[in-house]
Every structure is written in structure tokens, then in C-alpha cells.
Ligand binder design. Structure first.
Ligand code: EPU
Length: 416
């Protein structure tokens, strides 16, 4: 298993290009199931999760042609309507094939994803929505088996805001008979990116970017070209890294309008941020100021940035408080950060961070994707050597993070 070895204490200086967003790319790839035409995608990040999704799609008969960050999908010859447990268990986002497969082919059999490290993460809302659209759904042998000659438009109010739930139902609704209204829809920029691409494929969607999506179903969708939106979580991760180490970096190929809240918090930490076109320059000197926050759905503070900001808070000039409201078990980085000397205690879903002068390097273990990123940030700031084990989690969602960081002066290497 690969590890990352980081010798901390180096300031970061230089440019970091941001890749396409994982959480936009995954649903967008699944939209390849909605059409027999060519879907020509660019800015597709080179990630383990993307490779898993492509494997899953290929085994349905979807044709995949890939050249680095460009992927062309063709769904003219789909012959298998099953997403098997072996693939789904490794990546929960596999559930995103359910809506499009059912909508276009009238049937889908998708393994139930089960729990994961950050929480139980049920998919009941996906199922509830598809049932409301007339699907006959049974759960048998660990599989969701859905059938519907043609889905029918419906008004669906999900019990909570769900990102992949919204995406699944949105894709299904594009080919349903009549009007679907998705109330309480997720507004994350990745949902919007998917919706914009669906419109380019011929879908009729109103309310994009709001919590009420109104979809008029059409008989078929066609191919299109689409560039995946820039990854706001990756961008914020590197900005947190410079907040912790000090230095002067510029993140390029990004968008500033989609992560206002993180920019606000970084400024509160003392990072000097200037926007230059599609780049953000970040300069940092001295100790970060502590920032307190609660995670919420977009446009609130994203749960996917919680661990990284907490890593910076560990060396802030005062105490802070972080409340996680989206996932019930997303504090697994706390124990590992404490191994580096951080002083964090938790009470329920709130973490109390004391803010100390310095962290000291140690061996630590990554437990999930964003927790891994927080350990890298902490390692970059710590005195001495940090060894981050189980970085396969990191590779799921960051495109060659160590290469991007060493290009700006970090002392970080991958040990095979
Ligand atoms: N929920 C249910 N039932 C459902 C759906 C969701 O109870 O049917 C609950 C979840 O258990 C959770 C909350 O609702 O407590 C929100 O979950 P959501 O469905 O929004 O999460 P997701 O769609 O499974 C996506 C991202 C996550 C990100 C969350 C929240 C993708 C592929 N994944 O997950 O990304 O944390 O939204 O923003 O888009 C990551 O990238 O590290 C990551 C975990």
C-alpha cells in the first residue's frame, strides 16, 4: 500500500492547476447512459473513482474512449442493466447509474451501496423518488431491482437535501413522461454542472441552481460536448495548505464564484486572497487565526472541506469550534491529528480545537478521502517527518496531489 512521506515546515510558492471536480464528473459520466449519441467530455480528473465509474459503465456495454482528461462515451450498445456489488461496494457514487438506466431502458439492478466510513449513508430518498415516478422497486439479495415501462413525471419532496439523490432523480426525470418537480433539491455547483450538460443534451430543466428543479420529460436525449467544472474542494484544500505552511501560491483553472464561503473563512484565517481571472493568489504569513463553522448544504460550509479547515485550526492562534451536521461519523481525522500533537476534543458532532504553536510529525493513518487531505495539510505544517498510510483514499479524489504540492516546494514523496 502506498504511503506519503512529508517533511514539514516548507513554505509553498508557485502555481497549482486545479483539476475537474470528482463530484461533478461521476454523475456526468453516468449521464452517458441516457443517450445513444456521443458524450464528449473534457477536464475529467484522473482519479481512482473516475476509473472505477468507467469500469462500471463499460461492463454495461457503454463504449469509453479516453485520452488523458478527455473522455468520449457512447451508449448506443448497452447490453447489461446491472451494477454489481464488487464495483458498487468500492464506490457509493455507483448508485448514480440507477436513475439513468431505469429511465432509458425500463429496468436497472444496482447493488445497495451499504455504509461507509463517514456514516451510514442510506439511499432511501433515491428509491422513494423513483417509486413516486411509478417505478416498481424491490430489494432482494442486496440489490435494488427497479422496473418501469416508462417513468412518469411526479412532484418529489426529499426528506433531506441529498446531492446524489437530486442527481439521480434529475437524470431519471429528463426521460420521464410529463413534468417532474424536485423540491428541496441540492444546489451544489456539481448538480448545476450536471443540469447544464443535460440541457445541452436536449433535456428541459427549469430552476437550475435553485432548490426547485422543474423537468419536462423528453422522448430522447442526444450527445454533446462538456467540460467538467473545476474542483472547488481540491482548490480549497490547497488554499488550506498554504494557510497552514505560509507562502505565496496561485491556484489556476479554478472558479471563485462557487466557493465563496471557503474564501471568506480563509480571509478570516489571515490569508491574503486576490482573484485574478480564473486564478486565486493566496499569500500567508504567520499563524492562522482560528475559524469556527458548522457544515451545511450549499451554499453553506461544505462537509467536504471540514477536515482540511480543522487541520489549519490545530495551529491557529486561538480556540475554534467545528460542528459537522451532514455525516454522523466524519471526525475520524481528529484522533490522527491528535497523534501529531493537536489538541482536539469532541462532544457529539462538535469538535473543540485548542490551537497550539506547532505540530510534530508522526506516522498517521488515512481513514477517508477528506480526512487524508487534512493529514497531508497537517504534515506539511508539522515539524519533522509525517508518514501518511492508506493513501488510496487520497487517490480516489485528488489527482496526483503529491506532484502538485512538490511542484510548489513541499517536501513530499510517495513511497510504494
Ligand atoms: N441521506 C439519506 N438518504 C438518502 C440520501 C442521503 O439519509 O437517500 C443522508 C446521508 O446519509 C447524509 C445526508 O443525507 O447524512 C446528505 O447526503 P448526500 O446524499 O447529499 O450525500 P451523497 O450524495 O452521498 C455527495 C458527495 C459527497 C459529499 C456529500 C455532501 C458525490 C459523489 N459525493 O454524497 O462527497 O460529502 O454529497 O455534500 O457527489 C467526498 O467527495 O469526499 C464526498 C464524500
Amino acid at each position: 500500500m502506498d504511503k506519503l512521506q512529508i517533511v514539514g515546515g516548507k513554505r509553498l510558492n508557485g502555481d497549482i492547476p486545479i483539476s475537474g471536480a470528482k463530484n461533478a464528473a461521476l454523475p456526468i459520466l453516468c449521464a452517458g447512459l441516457l443517450t445513444g449519441g456521443d458524450l464528449a467530455l473534457s477536464n475529467v480528473p484522473r482519479l481512482h473513482d473516475v476509473r472505477t465509474m468507467l469500469r462500471l459503465l463499460e461492463q454495461t456495454g457503454l463504449k469509453v474512449t479516453q485520452d488523458d482528461e478527455n473522455v468520449v462515451l457512447n451508449g448506443a450498445a448497452i447490453n447489461t442493466l446491472v451494477a454489481p456489488y464488487e464495483l458498487v461496494k468500492t464506490m457509493r457514487a455507483s448508485i448514480l447509474v440507477l436513475g439513468p438506466m431505469l429511465a432509458r431502458f425500463g429496468e436497472a439492478k444496482v447493488s445497495l451501496p451499504g455504509g461507509c466510513a463517514i456514516g451510514s449513508r442510506p439511499v432511501d430518498q433515491h428509491i422513494k423518488g423513483l417509486r413516486a415516478m411509478g417505478a416498481d422497486i424491490t430489494i432482494e439479495g442486496g440489490y435494488i431491482h427497479a422496473k418501469a415501462a416508462r417513468l412518469k413525471g411526479a412532484r418529489i419532496y426529499t426528506d433531506m437535501i441529498t446531492v446524489t439523490g437530486t442527481e439521480n432523480l434529475l437524470m431519471a426525470a429528463t426521460l420521464a413522461d410529463g413534468e417532474t418537480v424536485l423540491e428541496n433539491a441540492a444546489r451544489e455547483p456539481e448538480v448545476t454542472d450536471l443540469a447544464n450538460m443535460l440541457v445541452a443534451m436536449g433535456a428541459k430543466i427549469d430552476g437550475i441552481g435553485t432548490d426547485r428543479l422543474v423537468i419536462q420529460g423528453v422522448d430522447s436525449l442526444h450527445g454533446t460536448e462538456h467540460a467538467v467544472i473545476s474542483d472547488r474542494i481540491e482548490a480549497a484544500t490547497f488554499l488550506c495548505a498554504v494557510a497552514a505552511t505560509g507562502g505565496d501560491i496561485r491556484i489556476t483553472r479554478t472558479r471563485t464564484d462557487i466557493f465563496d464561503v471557503a474564501i471568506d473563512k480563509l480571509r478570516e484565517m489571515g490569508v491574503l486572497l486576490t482573484v485574478e481571472g480564473d486564478s486565486i493568489r493566496a499569500r500567508m504569513d504567520g499563524r492562522p487565526h482560528p475559524v469556527s463553522f458548522r457544515t451545511t448544504e450549499y451554499p453553506g460550509f461544505p462537509t467536504d472541506m471540514q477536515a482540511q479547515f480543522m487541520a489549519v485550526n490545530t495551529i491557529a492562534s486561538g480556540p475554534s469550534r467545528v460542528t459537522e451536521t451532514i455525516f454522523e461519523n466524519r471526525f475520524m481525522h481528529v484522533q490522527e491529528l491528535n497523534r501529531l500533537g493537536a489538541q482536539i476534543s469532541t462532544e457529539g458532532n462538535t469538535a473543540f480545537i485548542k490551537g497550539i504553536d506547532r505540530l510534530v510529525g508522526a506516522p498517521v493513518m488515512a481513514t477517508d478521502l477528506r480526512a487524508s487531505a487534512s493529514l497531508v495539510i497537517a504534515g506539511l505544517a508539522a515539524e519533522g517527518t509525517t508518514l501518511v498510510d492508506r493513501i488510496y483514499h487520497l487517490d480516489r479524489g485528488y489527482d496526483r496531489m503529491e506532484a502538485k504540492l512538490s511542484a510548489v516546494g513541499a517536501d513530499i514523496i510517495r513511497i510504494k
